[in-house]
Design a binder for this molecule. Structure first.
Ligand SMILES: NC(=O)c1ccc[n+]([C@@H]2O[C@H](COP(=O)([O-])OP(=O)(O)OC[C@H]3O[C@@H](n4cnc5c(N)ncnc54)[C@H](OP(=O)(O)O)[C@@H]3O)[C@@H](O)[C@H]2O)c1
Length: 242
């Protein structure tokens, strides 16, 4: 099956992430016009630019920075086919020790930024419909994750927001879906202790971690014209039972 992505305009946050960079490269190869955001991974951003995408560095925790980006982006593109909220961070701690700043920063980047950026870029998404919004969520948002109340709450909130926006924007022909990529090896999981990694693998029926390449391919399919009637869903790569 040939995916129809040619000439689609796509913006993905966290394009330098493990998943983001796989998606950016593949989407460019499929003929899409791809823009991405990042925070500090300048070297990876340059590689993605050499591959044909365009990157913008700013802090998603800062609404003024989002405002400035949105103004600039609206001058740059006439419409947006696909908006992917992929950037996220963790600041793990048990409740006794979690700092208010750790709670706030995770909520700002993982939950408030997807709300705020969607609101600011909605005119572009409405200009040429159907268009699509994707959020990257996590098992933590459904079943909780000890030591990460901030991250779990942010992803749970993001799932609720995804389903709500699907209801609000469906009649305007904007499809909104979430993807839980499952456990991937990335900067986010680099510090997970070996024992927890082993337990994750044992509990997984497939005895594997997720492959960012496969998740990127799935996102490409969802972004393509082949997917036209699915909205309000959460797709799980997670092979462990909930
Ligand atoms: N890895 C997993 O096991 C797993 C499991 C379930 C869900 N997920 C979700 O899947 C998505 C991708 O995960 P990943 O592991 O591929 O991510 P990752 O490699 O840890 O990358 C995180 C991305 O977010 C960007 N970012 C972080 N803080 C930012 C800020 N304040 N402002 C702007 N950008 C910021 C980073 O930019 P820089 O590179 O410039 O720092 C980077 O592009 C995330 O939404 C994550 O929650 C991941």
């Amino acid at each position: 099956m040939e995916l129809s992505l040619k000439d689609k305009t796509i913006l993905i946050t966290g394009g330098t992430s493990q998943l983001g960079r796989a998606f950016v490269r593949k989407a460019v190869r499929q003929g899409a016009r791809v823009f991405f955001t990042y925070l500090k991974a300048a070297k990876t951003a340059q590689e993605l630019e050499r591959a044909g995408a365009q990157g913008f560095s700013f802090d998603l925790a800062d609404v003024k920075a989002i405002d400035a980006f949105a103004v600039m982006f609206k001058e740059k593109v006439e419409f947006l086919d696909i908006l992917i909220h992929n950037a996220a961070l963790t600041a793990d701690s048990f409740i006794e020790k979690m700092l208010e700043s750790e709670w706030d920063n995770v909520m700002r980047v993982n939950l408030k930024a997807p709300f705020y950026l969607t609101q600011k870029l909605l005119p572009l998404l409405l200009r040429k419909t159907p268009s699509k919004i994707f959020t990257l969520v996590s098992r933590a948002g459904l079943s909780g994750l000890a030591g990460a109340a901030n991250y779990a709450a942010s992803k749970g909130g993001l799932i609720a927001m995804t389903k709500t926006l699907a209801k609000e924007l469906g009649r305007k022909k904007i499809l909104v879906n979430a993807v839980n990529p499952g456990f991937m090896r990335s900067s986010m999981t680099a510090n997970v202790p070996e024992e927890i990694l082993r337990r994750n693998l044992e509990e997984s029926p497939l005895k594997t971690f997720s492959d960012p390449d496969e998740v990127a391919d799935f996102l490409l399919f969802l972004s393509s014209d082949q997917m036209r009637q699915v909205t309000g869903q959460v797709f799980h790569f997670e092979s462990r039972p909930f």
